[in-house]
Ligand binder design. Structure first.
Ligand SMILES: [Zn+2]
Length: 300
C-alpha cells in the first residue's frame, strides 16, 4: 500500500493575503481520500527529525538560529515565511517525513511526502520558502546509515535545485540532476552534477522528449541504488512563477515516466512534492494528485 507522509501541521497558518498556497497540502490529502485513491491507512504522520541528521548537511549556527528564531531578518525575508515556532516544527516534521519515505520506499518501491522538495535550502541559509533541505537531510541519512552507496536526485521542479547542488557539490555519492526553466528564479544558478535549462514557453513535447532522452542514460551512467524525485508542478502553463508551458497531462506523463524508470531499474524512489503556484488551487491540487494517482496505479 502506498505510504504518504502527511500531518495537519503541514498547513502553516499564514497572515491573510500571503502569496504561498498553503491550503494545497490539506486539499491534496482531502482529494485523495474523497476520490478513493487513498484511505487514511495510506497516510502516516512523521515525528520531528533528530537534529543530528539535520546537522549532517546544515551548519550548526544556521540550525541554532532557526530553532531560536534568531535568523537574520534579511534571510527571513528571502525565505518568505514569518519565522514562528510553528514554522520550525513544520520544517522538522516534513524533513523526517522524507527520511521515513526513504525507509518505506526501500520496502515498497515508492513512498511520498505531501510536502518537501525544499531544494532552495543551502547548508547555511534558506530562501524561496525553503529552510531545511529535506532531500539533502534524507540523502545524508542514507549515506550515514550505510543504506545507499549512490543516489540520484531527479529534481523536476521548474526552479533549479540550487541548495541541493551546493550541498552535494563535493559528494559524488549524491548525484544532483535538475531540469528547470532557464529564465526562472534563482537568476544566479548553482552547478548541479547535471543541469538542463529549458527555454521560457517550453511545451509538452519538448519537455517530455528532453526528459526521455536524458533520464534512462543518466541512470545507466550514475548507477544509483536510490532515487529522490522532486515533483514540482510549477512547470504547468497556468503557473504564475514557472514560465514554462506544460499541460496537466504533460506533467502527468512526466511523473509516469519517472516512476516507470524507477520500476524498470528496480530503484526505490522517495518523492517530495516541490512547488506549484497556479492562481487556481484546483490546477495545483489536481496536478499534484496525479503524481500520487500514478504512483498508486504503477506500484500497487
Ligand atoms: Zn519551484
Amino acid at each position: 500500500m502506498l505510504q504518504i507522509a502527511f500531518s495537519p501541521v503541514y498547513r502553516l497558518r499564514l497572515p491573510d493575503g500571503h502569496r504561498f498556497p498553503m491550503l494545497k497540502y490539506e486539499l491534496i490529502h482531502e482529494q485523495l481520500l474523497y476520490e478513493g485513491t487513498c484511505t487514511e491507512a495510506n497516510f502516516f504522520g512523521p515525528a520531528p527529525v533528530d537534529d543530528c541528521y539535520v546537522l549532517g548537511v546544515h551548519t550548526a549556527p544556521y540550525v541554532r538560529n532557526l530553532k531560536a528564531l534568531t535568523v537574520d531578518p534579511t534571510m527571513v525575508r528571502r525565505i518568505g515565511f514569518p519565522l514562528t515556532p510553528d514554522l520550525i516544527d513544520r520544517e522538522w516534521i516534513i524533513t523526517q517525513g522524507t527520511i521515513d519515505c526513504t525507509q518505506k520506499a526501500r520496502r515498497d518501491g515508492v513512498a511520498m511526502n505531501v510536502a518537501g522538495g525544499t531544494h532552495h535550502a543551502f547548508p547555511d541559509r534558506g530562501e524561496g520558502f525553503c529552510m531545511l533541505n529535506d532531500v539533502g537531510v534524507a540523502a545524508h541519512y542514507l549515506l550515514e546509515t550505510g543504506q545507499s552507496k549512490q543516489m540520484l536526485v531527479v529534481d523536476l521542479d521548474v526552479h533549479q535545485g540550487n541548495g541541493t547542488a551546493v550541498m552535494f557539490g563535493h559528494e559524488p555519492r549524491v548525484f544532483t540532476f535538475s531540469m528547470h526553466g532557464k529564465d526562472n528564479y534563482p537568476l544566479r544558478k548553482e552547478r548541479s552534477d547535471l543541469d538542463i535549462e529549458l527555454p521560457t514557453g517550453t511545451q509538452d513535447e519538448q519537455y517530455l522528449n528532453t526528459l526521455y532522452d536524458t533520464l534512462p542514460g543518466l541512470i545507466g551512467r550514475v548507477q544509483p541504488d536510490f532515487l529522490f524525485f522532486v515533483s514540482g508542478v510549477d512547470i504547468l502553463s497556468s503557473d504564475r512563477l514557472g514560465k514554462l508551458n506544460v499541460s496537466r497531462d504533460g506533467c502527468k506523463q512526466r511523473d509516469t515516466f519517472v516512476f516507470e524508470q524507477a520500476i524498470r531499474h528496480g530503484l526505490p524512489i522517495a518523492v517530495s512534492m516541490g512547488g506549484g503556484y497556479s492562481p487556481r488551487l484546483t490546477d495545483i491540487v489536481e496536478a499534484h494528485c496525479n503524481t500520487f494517482r500514478v504512483a498508486n496505479s504503477l506500484f500497487f
